[in-house]
Design a protein around this ligand. Structure first.
Ligand code: SAM
Length: 212
């Protein structure tokens, strides 16, 4: 997976490649899905959600420039896989999941595998985790109507927010927003992607309309 799907498609960051070599993706899947763990695709994890494609996980972590010692926030823990990969690189990872059943499974996996620098909570990650801010990097694993203001404000100066923006109808783009000063942000477009919706106060409503 690492040689063909990641290095072979241009992922260069050695921290990302090493971390993805060390975290067993099959341990983040249930029963019948495990045999597909190293295929280049998203897979169902229950509650109508998916574990992201390995290449997309690597691309987002590389784009966020996560370095040893960093404080990281992930929105959308899902299976816990991406948080586990980031936990192999960063100092501390905070991750939020809105589905309690997925959060419970992810927490059990972190414990069983000994990943003890990851903190997980159930809630609306579109509002971030203000008590633990500022973050050097924030990754959002679900698509928002626009980059949530709460997350932009929880970036450290120099911090990077990687977030898919857009809807199914018009298409989603992966954006990187870098906070260059207290009130200054720069934005890069990293290409087209396809994610489940970010459902929350600064995301979409359950029925697909944009939250106020
Ligand atoms: N990072 C995950 C992994 O490695 O398995 C994949 C995440 S999946 C593509 C997106 C996740 O975002 C889903 O589990 C979904 O429930 C969650 N989600 C959507 N909106 C959310 C919100 N407002 N707060 C927290 N989690 C949210």
């Amino acid at each position: 997976m690492v040689e063909v799907q990641l290095a072979g498609r241009g992922i260069r960051d050695r921290h990302v490649l090493e971390a993805m070599r060390s975290v067993p993706r099959e341990a983040f899947l249930e029963g019948g899905m495990r045999e597909f763990a190293y295929e280049d695709s998203p897979l169902p994890i229950g509650s109508g959600q998916t574990i992201s494609q390995p290449y997309i996980v690597a691309l987002m972590i590389e784009a966020a420039g996560i370095a040893p010692g960093d404080r990281v926030l992930e929105v959308g823990a899902g299976s816990g896989y991406a948080a586990a990969v980031m936990g192999r690189i960063a100092g501390r990872v905070h991750t939020i999941e809105r589905h309690a059943a997925l959060a419970d499974q992810a927490r059990d996996r972190f414990k069983r595998l000994g990943y003890d620098n990851i903190e997980l909570r159930v809630g609306d990650g579109s509002l971030g985790w203000p008590d633990a801010a500022p973050f050097d990097a924030i990754l959002v694993a679900a698509a928002a109507p626009e980059a949530p203001q709460a997350l932009r404000e929880q970036l450290a100066i120099g911090g990077r927010l990687v977030v898919p923006v857009g809807d199914d109808e018009h298409g989603q783009r992966l954006r990187r927003i870098t906070r260059t000063a207290e009130d200054r942000y720069e934005q890069d477009d990293l290409g087209g992607v396809r994610f489940v919706p970010l459902v929350g106060r600064q995301g979409w409503l359950e029925d697909g309309r944009q939250s106020a």
